[in-house]
Design a protein around this ligand. Structure first.
Ligand code: FAD
Length: 439
């Protein structure tokens, strides 16, 4: 089966409805084109709040929005649920595996790839089953299952020695995601779970933040890293700097000191992995099809206008594109998406010039704990309560859809007032994996 561009308007095919893909699509709303958005999932995911879903603060619905719903008023856009698996740049077709098992060849005039990244284990894929990363909704729900089940397991054990590994949570990586996760687990243990257990004191939960660098949040200025570290210390997170996580089993995590090479093993049933990302496999497919070399993270190098060299009608935006060492953050993807959408609209209306992409850095923000966040925007450096308020406003502004924004504000408010976290359901749909959290 093939979807062709018989209706006369240029056909723009977009792979991925994350921040990049969605912003290309929206920018093309009034352009004389037909748009097809291909995604392997049904929802646009707000990854910056995944850790709040993983720790029972927000529901999966609050941080995701159905792609079809988001595009319901964009008459020139259609959505295809399926996985992009191949590209033929001569025939101008994208091959997509669809949900019913069929394969579709979609003909394009312009192809935009915005398929993002996935968790990287730096050649240690063997530890992946014991150290889940956090890139998808499935990851967040699996982590939630692990964390909640660990407290339940500890409650069921009579001996303090046996409980210790269940109540030890190791987080590999001291970037924003690692810091946010570590802080949230301590918040969960010391505030939300208080008075809910009869045998254990959840506040005894040990949270280890294991980081290879010499300070947490290395993408922030040193003074904000310092303030974040102070808050983590106060919260009871144990930070270990200058160490690499060198092994993770179902029962322990091993670190090796980068300078002394000292090896330490901590009994821990829960290890979470936030130390790196690499391009999703489709980037490799694209690189081979277009005969281009990926960068060290598997990203696709792009020209100044974000098109691929030698392929002026193929574009890569967001985390998967490599240009000027731009960071893998939502703002780069959104601005890149709007840029590419604008250039394609102009080209389809007869323009011959292509403007280069210019990124405007709006800054960085990371949540540390309740009433503590750090925000950095140009000369403006905020931390503590003011940083936390600014962080909240920024995240609400960027969530997709009014309903998610209102729901999240209500949820945060209720959590602050009542100290509770209600999104803690864990499910066991698949009998094969039903016991997985207990391993
Ligand atoms: C835990 C976490 C916290 C973060 N926090 C922040 C933050 O605080 N601030 C910030 O600015 N950024 C943050 N980021 C980074 C930000 O989320 C990314 O930079 C942004 O999502 C990149 O957008 P994208 O469109 O390139 O890719 P994504 O948003 O990852 O979207 C990629 C889309 O492509 C789809 N896809 C992938 N492969 C295929 C295929 N073969 N076929 C079809 N569809 C496919 C996926 O389903 C997905 O919908 C965070 C990321 C994570 C994981």
């Amino acid at each position: 089966m093939s979807i062709d561009n018989a209706i006369g308007r240029p056909h723009i095919v977009i792979v991925g409805a994350g921040f990049g893909g969605l912003h290309v699509t929206r920018r093309l709303k009034r352009a004389p084109v037909r748009v097809t958005v291909v995604d392997r999932g049904t929802s646009h995911l707000f990854q910056p709040l995944l850790y709040q879903c993983a720790t029972g603060l927000l529901s999966e619905g609050a941080i995701s929005s159905p792609i079809r719903h988001l595009l319901r008023r964009q008459r020139n856009a259609d959505v295809v649920l399926g996985e992009a698996v191949d590209v033929d740049s001569d025939a101008r077709t994208l091959t997509v595996d669809r949900i019913d098992g069929s394969t579709t060849a979609i003909t394009y005039d312009h192809l935009v790839i915005a398929a993002g990244m996935r968790t990287a284990y730096h050649g240690r894929d063997d530890i992946a089953p014991n150290a889940p990363g956090m890139k998808t909704l499935d990851d967040a729900l699996a982590i939630r299952r692990k964390i909640i089940a660990a407290f339940e397991m500890a409650e069921s054990l009579p001996d303090a020695g046996q409980r210790l590994p269940w109540l030890t949570f190791a987080v590999a990586g001291g970037g924003p995601t690692g810091v946010e996760l570590a802080g949230q687990i301590r918040d969960l243990a010391t505030i939300a779970l208080q008075r809910e257990f009869r045998t254990i004191d959840p506040a005894e939960a040990r949270v280890l933040l294991l980081h290879g660098g010499d300070r947490v949040l290395p993408s922030f200025t040193p003074s904000l890293s310092k303030r974040a570290q102070k808050t983590l210390d106060k919260l009871g997170v144990e930070t270990h700097l200058g160490v690499h996580v060198t092994d993770v089993t179902a029962d322990e995590v091993e670190t090796t000191n980068k300078s002394t090479h000292e090896v330490i093993r901590y009994p821990a049933k829960t290890t979470l992995w936030t130390t790196g990302v690499e391009a999703v496999p489709f980037a490799g497919v694209l690189a081979r099809a277009l005969d281009i070399e990926q960068d060290h993270g598997g990203r696709i190098p792009v020209e100044a206008d974000l098109s691929v060299r030698g392929h002026p009608n193929i574009w890569v935006v967001g985390d998967m594109s490599s240009r000027d060492q731009l960071p893998g953050v939502a703002e780069v993807a959104m601005q890149g998406g709007r840029h590419v959408g604008g250039v394609i609209a102009d080209l389809c209306e007869g323009a011959t010039e292509r403007a280069p992409f210019r990124y405007h850095d709006l800054g960085n923000a990371a949540y540390i704990a309740r009433r503590h966040a750090v925000v950095e925007s140009g000369p403006l450096h905020l931390s503590g309560y003011v940083g936390w308020l600014a962080w909240g406003v920024i995240h609400i502004a960027f969530l997709a859809g009014i309903r998610n924004r209102l729901g999240t504000v209500v949820n945060w408010g209720t959590t602050l007032l009542t100290d509770s976290r209600r999104e803690r359901a864990i499910t066991y749909g698949d009998p094969e994996t039903a016991r997985q959290p207990y391993r």
